[in-house]
Design a protein around this ligand. Sequence first.
Ligand code: NAD
Length: 394
Amino acid sequence: MVIKPRIRGFVCVTAHPDGCATHVREQIEYVKKQGPIKEGPKNVLVIGGSTGYGLSSRVAAAFGAGASTVGVFFERPSEKGRPASAGWYNSAAFEKAARADGLYAQSINGDAFSDEIKRETVELIRKDLGQIDLIVYSLASPRRTHPKTGETIKSVLKPVGEPFRNKSVDVDKEVVTEVGLEPATEEEIRGTVSVMGGEDWEMWIDAMEEGGVLAPGATTTAYSYIGPALTWPIYRDGTIGRAKSDLEHAADRIDARLKIDRGRAFVTVNKAVVTQASSAIPVVPLYISILFKVMKEKELHEGCIEQMHRLFSTQMYNERALDFDEAGRVRLDDLEMREDVQKEVAGLWEQVNTENLHKLTDIDGYKQDFLKLFGFGLPGVDYDADVDPDVRLQ
Ligand code: NAD
């Protein structure tokens, strides 16, 4: 079949297998070009490893450090002639490239929040790898079925305490709009903390410890975001921010446990990039479009793979100790948060409207990155050619 993008709001409901494979290959090539990561991880588990930051972490571990990787994710295979989800195609391409380089790569597709998938993953590790020395927790999900209560809980992106109004962009129509959001209820706050907070990360560590698959000295990290004041009402001080501070408390608890055996746990704060998760947050796509313009002009721009390679090569696997901030987090958002960058972003934010959107922002770059997430707009891919949507994970 011929596969074209079909955009519905902030998602694209189709994905292109060859385009996704090319996108993964671009990331692999970037990592290989940087040279090997010395003393890198050996056996890596990436929870949420099919798209965005998780996929790039897996690519950096495998192709930078030669690590064996297990990826856990929740993706849709092709059914009845419909294309699979992008993360499915990404993972198939990742596995193929890893094996071609003689690297172990296995994936588990299912609900990471469930006890069943945790058990299945522990079994696979025990059988094939023995133990894991790096666990990356990179889930982003709108809901979670709690494994103990069976209740399905939703996560929401809302302010806490007060209503919030600010500019946003309809990326598809290229119109600057204003969004107004009512504050979350207590139940919505609790729900978001349950879905995007640290409880599930701790449950993964419990399951791995009980299963005897945590290597002595193991490292684990989960990803977070802080951003500038203009996004705080919807991010840092909103429901998602509550979940992220819960994640930081979980990091402290896990760190105390792992330390006994020389291990460590911490939160890594990444920069804002275009992913399926970030495109769903009101206000953030407009902020990212402005940020990209400023960072590209200053030659500071990074995407997921540049960030994750930097995390592995200059922080986690480096002779120096990790550079923690005052709250014990690793900061990869240092360039985004630089004073000169944020000053320019704030100035452009004040001025931006529908008429000057193209002049003051990198909306085109945003749209290109968005389409790339689904395998569209990649060089060398014939988008008019017939492709088989039914790609198998090994
Ligand atoms: P993403 O949407 O690209 O990836 C989410 C991953 O989670 C995918 O692999 C998906 O398959 C998996 N997933 C979702 N629900 C699942 C489930 N029930 N079971 C198994 N797998 C499931 O998201 P992303 O933007 O890369 O976000 C990853 C982390 O990085 C999040 O914690 C996010 O807050 C953080 N982060 C993102 C940004 C950004 O700008 N995108 C910035 C800083 C931090």
